[in-house]
Design a binder for this molecule. Structure first.
Ligand SMILES: NC(=O)c1ccc[n+]([C@@H]2O[C@H](COP(=O)([O-])OP(=O)(O)OC[C@H]3O[C@@H](n4cnc5c(N)ncnc54)[C@H](OP(=O)(O)O)[C@@H]3O)[C@@H](O)[C@H]2O)c1
Length: 337
């Protein structure tokens, strides 16, 4: 079967298609014919060689994939041939608190990922794809949607009527917008593009801010919410954190997720203290969280926003497209027929 490998760090030219054979699934494993995969910002960092501590040349990239079960180990009870499934970002995080050793089970990073025609997953590292979704839609969920879900619902305990601030219009933020609206929250979203802000309005955003033309977007969001926002889905990192704190209401919550504008910065921590705000780190989520998200998606009928679908052969172009930053929501790669 065909599979991509990261053979050289840098840009998409470091991706190569190779012919690989997979072993039969072990007792607790499931073999899956992949039908679609999706890209996350993390996949760009992985390809640049800036993500993993140890070299991972030869690794199959991408964490997010969906497909059909084509083989099950002798002890597998939850899946059968033909089931439509998606892999969990952390193959080893079923439930409970995150533990350090789970880093070693991250698809497309510490272990081989899903940009391949077939892959083997742990039974505990798979979920059923919601019936209402295509494989392309199912493949958008494992990282971006689970991350937004954990930040807003699991850790954030978002309540109807509260105000949420989303930064930019990438995968995590657009899922955050859809989840916030589905529970009756007020959604405020930023973007560098007025055109994207219009699209966000069509998706239900209550208020929008262009962060390029409004450098003090934190205060602007606080004003739009009335007295500050209750939740920030912080995907920007070092360059946005100060504004995110400014946006936050007293007693508000900031889910620290991303590093789009860098990792390290000097910041005045006192406003966090003075606002009695809660800042917590989010690292995707467990299988249990993914299953909770899927139940909610089936009820709310949220449709993942797919910006563009690329063929398996043009996967390197999908990376270049994502890196250019013109996408809105998710970029998907179709695998096979
Ligand atoms: N901790 C975790 O578990 C976790 C999980 C998923 C993602 N992440 C992180 O979260 C971040 C977003 O990931 P993603 O996959 O959603 O990315 P993405 O789809 O590539 O989103 C990129 C978008 O973010 C916006 N953006 C870029 N720089 C910005 C800035 N300085 N301020 C505000 N918005 C900015 C832009 O939106 P506009 O074009 O609208 O301006 C850009 O198009 C990344 O840093 C990623 O590593 C972390």
């Amino acid at each position: 079967m065909n599979s991509y490998e990261i053979q050289k760090y840098g840009g998409p030219e470091g991706l190569k298609v190779v012919d690989r054979s997979l072993p039969d699934p072990g007792d607790h494993e499931v073999a899956v014919r992949l039908k679609a995969a999706s890209l996350n910002y993390r996949d760009l960092i992985v390809l640049r060689g800036q993500y993993n501590r140890r070299p991972i040349q030869g690794r199959v990239p991408l964490s997010d994939g969906a497909g059909q079960v084509i083989g099950v180990g002798s002890a597998v009870t939850k899946f059968k041939l033909g089931d439509r499934v998606a892999g969990c970002f952390f193959q080893g995080w079923s439930a409970g608190r995150f533990k350090a050793e789970m880093h070693r089970t991250a698809l497309g990073g510490a272990i081989d990922g899903v940009l391949a025609e077939e892959a083997i997953f742990r039974e505990e590292g798979l979920v059923h794809v919601p019936e209402i979704y295509s494989f392309e839609e199912g493949a958008t969920l494992p990282c971006a949607a689970v991350t937004a879900w954990q930040s807003l619902i699991v850790r954030g305990q978002l309540a109807p009527g509260e105000a949420v601030l989303l930064l930019g219009t990438g995968g995590v933020s657009i899922f955050g917008l859809q989840i916030a609206k589905s529970v009756g929250a007020k959604a405020i979203i930023t973007s560098s593009s007025n055109e994207k802000l219009e699209r966000a309005r069509e998706l239900g955003a209550d208020a929008v801010i262009n962060y390029k033309t409004t450098p003090e977007w934190g205060q602007a969001a606080a004003n739009l919410a009335g007295n500050g926002v209750d939740h920030v889905v912080e995907v920007g990192g070092a360059g946005t954190f100060t504004q995110s704190v400014r946006a936050c209401a007293c007693g508000g919550k900031i889910g620290l997720i991303g590093i789009l504008s860098g990792r390290g910065a000097e910041t005045d921590i006192f406003p966090i203290v003075a606002k009695s705000a809660t800042v917590f780190g989010i690292y995707v989520g467990s299988r249990e969280m993914f299953e909770g998200l899927n139940r909610a998606l089936e009820q709310s009928k949220i449709r993942p926003v797919i910006d563009k679908v690329f063929s398996f052969e043009s996967a390197p172009e999908a990376y270049a497209y994502m890196a250019a930053g013109s996408h809105f929501g998710k970029v998907v790669i179709r695998i096979g027929e």
